[in-house]
Design a protein around this ligand. Structure first.
Ligand SMILES: Nc1ncnc2c1ncn2[C@@H]1O[C@H](COP(=O)(O)OP(=O)(O)OP(=O)(O)O)[C@@H](O)[C@H]1O
Ligand SMILES: [Mg+2]
Length: 394
């Protein structure tokens, strides 16, 4: 979904079908169309301050004055100017001086128009503040980290109406695409392989939409040679994903190497997943000790497939061992398995599953807590403001 509403102003009849088609390809919401700039100023008077993209057609040099009026009437709002300039580059420059944020010379070329749209979407469509990165990591293989990461991300998107990207940081072989029945064309492996050239457009191209507000960046679909990357390269990729979403959830495989710990420490919140088994609890303790007490507030311990009857491994017992009270997620083999087999998040497969209660409590705890970087819940109008609104609305 294109992040800005679009208003067309003075687009000629010949051009209209091309523009409309490209906007439809971008799933952009075409808010309204006006034949003239005064018409737009008049029609949008009541909601002048809303952020939206204007597309204006400059057919002749005299139209540049209209463009200037449009810019003056909607200060701070982006304008894409479609300019009939022929060989006359002065008109292009004049359109720029009159306030066009992007200029697309005519005759119309889809690629150029698309690039201009994407650029404006990134510049104006995504608020740059208050993004969150949540790293989810199992502490021993198979304890359910990927399952929790998928459903955590989906619940954030679905219940809190926040755009969420789930990135699978598997460098050799991923399962995310299989779990969600998708065929990735570009994987995280491809993005990290070209990390010196990596930009936000490349990340955008690699996103696979799973549901409204929920996109994934899948790990390599088939087993391939492992990639050697630095933490800085991975963190750069995460930063680019952050530009495109409200929340980024990372599925981080437990490798216990420097890269692993550096990724965890760079996140805003870390969800450590374990199960009621000695090796898993030992590994949980090791990871917590290595992360150190200064990162304690950003951590959540989750015991997956929890069974309160397992002697010596109740939440009270584990609290004594780990120095932190773990949250629990129920064991529901039938529902979780069905969700994987049908390639969809649990909410869409088995909304009554008890697993979702644990995941939703985790989401609330992660998103609702005071931020370890110093921002209290509800303290701002943006991210936490929207969360507070979402909680009130329930
Ligand atoms: N709460 C649960 N109830 C029942 N089954 C679950 C639950 N969580 C995960 N599973 C199942 O456990 C298996 C392992 O889950 P998953 O792949 O998410 O683990 P992982 O920690 O990501 O594994 P890996 O170490 O391979 O990355 C899967 O078959 C999954 O369906
Ligand atoms: Mg996994």
């Amino acid at each position: 979904m294109y992040p800005l509403n679009v208003v067309l102003v003075g687009i000629g009849e010949n051009l209209l079908p091309h523009v409309r088609r490209e906007l439809a390809n971008h799933s952009a919401n075409l808010e309204c169309e006006y034949r003239t700039v005064p018409g737009a100023l008049d029609g949008l008077r009541a909601c002048k301050a809303d952020m939206r993209l204007f597309i204006h057609h400059v057919r002749q040099p005299e139209d540049v004055e209209e463009l200037r009026r449009l810019n003056g009437g909607f200060v701070g709002r982006p304008i894409l100017a479609l300019v009939e300039a022929g060989k006359e580059t002065r008109t292009l420059l004049a359109a720029n001086r009159a306030g066009a944020s992007q200029i697309v010379p005519l005759p119309f070329q889809s690629d150029d128009f698309r690039d201009a749209l994407n650029c404006l979407g990134l510049q104006f469509g995504y608020p740059a503040t208050e993004k969150r990165v949540i790293a989810v990591s199992g502490t021993t293989g198979g304890c359910g980290a990927t399952t929790l990461a998928i459903n955590l991300a989906y619940e954030i998107a679905f219940r809190h109406n926040l755009h969420c990207i789930l990135g699978e940081l598997a460098l050799q072989m991923g399962v995310l695409a299989t779990y969600l029945d998708r065929e990735p064309k570009i994987t995280i492996h491809d993005l990290l392989s070209s990390s010196s050239r990596l930009d936000v457009y490349m990340v955008q191209q690699a996103l696979i939409n799973v549901a409204q507000n929920f996109d994934i960046l899948a790990g390599p679909h088939m087993a391939i040679a492992p990639l050697s990357v630095s933490a800085a390269e991975v963190i750069h990729l995460v930063d680019l994903a952050k530009a495109l979403a409200d929340v980024v959830v990372l599925d981080v495989p437990c490798t216990y190497n420097d890269l692993y710990f550096e990724i965890l420490v760079s996140a805003d919140h870390v969800v450590l997943v374990g199960e009621q088994k000695v090796p898993s609890i030992r590994a949980l303790k090791l990871v917590r000790d290595t992360l150190g007490s200064e990162h304690a507030t950003m951590q959540r311990v989750v015991i997956n497939r929890y069974d309160g009857r397992v002697e010596g491994f109740t939440t009270d017992d584990l609290e004594k061992l780990l120095g932190a009270r773990g949250q629990t997620v129920a064991n529901d083999y039938v529902s979780v398995n069905a969700a994987v087999n049908h390639g969809r998040p649990l909410r869409l497969e088995a909304p009554q599953s008890a697993v979702l209660n644990g995941i939703d409590a985790l989401v609330d705890s992660v998103l609702g807590v005071a931020d370890h970087k110093g921002c209290a819940p509800g303290a701002s109008g943006g991210f936490f403001g929207r969360l507070a609104h979402a909680f009130r609305a329930k």
